[in-house]
Design a protein around this ligand. Structure first.
Ligand SMILES: NC(=O)c1ccc[n+]([C@@H]2O[C@H](COP(=O)([O-])OP(=O)(O)OC[C@H]3O[C@@H](n4cnc5c(N)ncnc54)[C@H](OP(=O)(O)O)[C@@H]3O)[C@@H](O)[C@H]2O)c1
Length: 333
């Protein structure tokens, strides 16, 4: 084992997409472990759109400070422990940061959740379907309270969260229409995941195609994107229908962005509810158990896009904004 820890630290707050140098690769010596500490080797990193939000400024969590290791979720394995709650070989997920190793310190109240070794289940599933994205889809769809026969539209539908949200919609008996950025993604969600229709929003006539795909209007918008896509969806919504505001990725790279037409929210008497997955932490186990069962019985399928190498993490973050991923985007450290 090397005693060098490579870390990606935030060097500058990005303007638009990440530029070379916004995250800087730094090498530090691993410290000698003290009582109450454990050392984990990070194996996989979860690449999430919210990382761009954390770089920009304070939001639902404080901004990552300049010079600080970039905050990121990850999957790690304990390789040495003087911590009462972890032993060598334990597998954990949580906020690891973009680095090779993470020191877990009881006094710093740093917490990484232990996860079991389940036969035929890959480690990376704990970052996607059984991790933040599956949980977000699960609780977002719980807020949506779909009824059989309703029409659900999901944006960023071939992404980690949208692909699961749409499949939960199918399990609940909805007509599900996804919006995604390539024909291949549209084919994946309709042919393999069972969405009823998919619209490629990069085609010129996508708005007409979306309208044609929702003959009974839209009852639920599971919104991941915002901007023009959201405004187009809102125009097609039924009176008193609901918008689950999960994310607004089209605006994360902009200094100032228009979220949606509130005029349409008013005229259509829409109920709009935002949520942040951290609020549901006490129910993660319940949701992960259900998601795991659905996955085991083939009711939920998933895909991963894996980028190799910690040093590639900045490029991977940008891939989220160009649609370079299908399903969960992960960096293998
Ligand atoms: N509320 C919460 O607690 C919570 C938790 C997790 C995630 N989220 C949100 O959920 C959304 C999806 O996150 P994820 O982690 O699952 O990422 P993801 O969907 O796997 O990846 C992002 C996808 O968004 C699409 N996209 C990017 N920029 C776009 C644009 N300008 N217009 C339309 N589509 C665009 C791209 O696909 P295309 O090829 O289709 O363009 C890209 O693949 C994000 O908004 C994220 O912030 C919220």
């Amino acid at each position: 084992m090397s005693n060098i820890n490579r870390q990606l630290v935030l060097q500058a707050r990005p303007k638009g997409m990440l530029a070379p140098g916004d995250l800087r690769l730094k090498e530090v010596q691993l410290p000698e472990l003290k009582d109450g500490q454990a050392l984990a080797r990070v194996k996989y990193l979860s690449i999430d759109p919210t990382m761009r939000v954390w770089m920009a400024g304070d939001s639902y969590l404080p901004a990552v400070a300049i010079g600080e290791v970039m905050r990121a979720g990850g999957f790690a394995e304990i390789i040495e422990s003087r911590h009462p709650n972890y032993k060598k070989g334990d597998r954990v997920t949580g906020i690891t940061g973009l680095q090779d190793y993470v020191v877990i310190d009881a006094s710093a109240k740093q917490f990484l959740q232990k996860v079991p070794k389940i036969p035929f289940v890959s480690d990376t599933v704990f970052l996607g379907t059984l991790g933040i994205n599956g949980l977000t889809a699960y609780f977002g769809m719980e807020i949506a309270a779909p009824k059989k026969g309703e029409t659900l539209v999901v944006s960023a539908a071939a992404g980690a969260t949208g692909s699961i949200a749409g499949q939960i919609g199918k399990i609940r008996g909805c007509r599900v229409v996804g919006i995604a950025g390539t024909d291949e993604k549209c084919q994946w969600i309709t042919r393999e995941l069972g969405f009823d229709a998919a619209i490629n929003y990069k085609q010129a006539d996508w708005k007409a195609k979306l309208a044609a795909a929702v003959p009974n209007g839209i009852d639920i918008d599971f919104e991941n994107v915002g901007g023009e896509i959201m405004n187009t969806v809102l125009e097609l919504m039924n009176l008193h229908s609901r918008v689950i505001l999960c994310g607004l990725i089209s605006g994360y790279n902009k200094e100032d962005f228009a979220l949606a037409s509130l005029g349409t929210v008013l005229v259509k008497r829409l109920r709009v509810e935002g949520f942040i997955i951290l609020d549901y932490a006490s129910r993660f186990m319940e949701a992960a158990t259900q998601l795991g069962q659905w996955k085991m019985f083939g009711k939920i399928k998933d895909r991963e896009t894996i980028v190799e190498g910690l040093e590639k993490a900045p490029e991977a973050i940008n891939m989220l904004f160009t649609g370079g991923n299908t399903g969960k985007l992960i960096v293998k450290v």
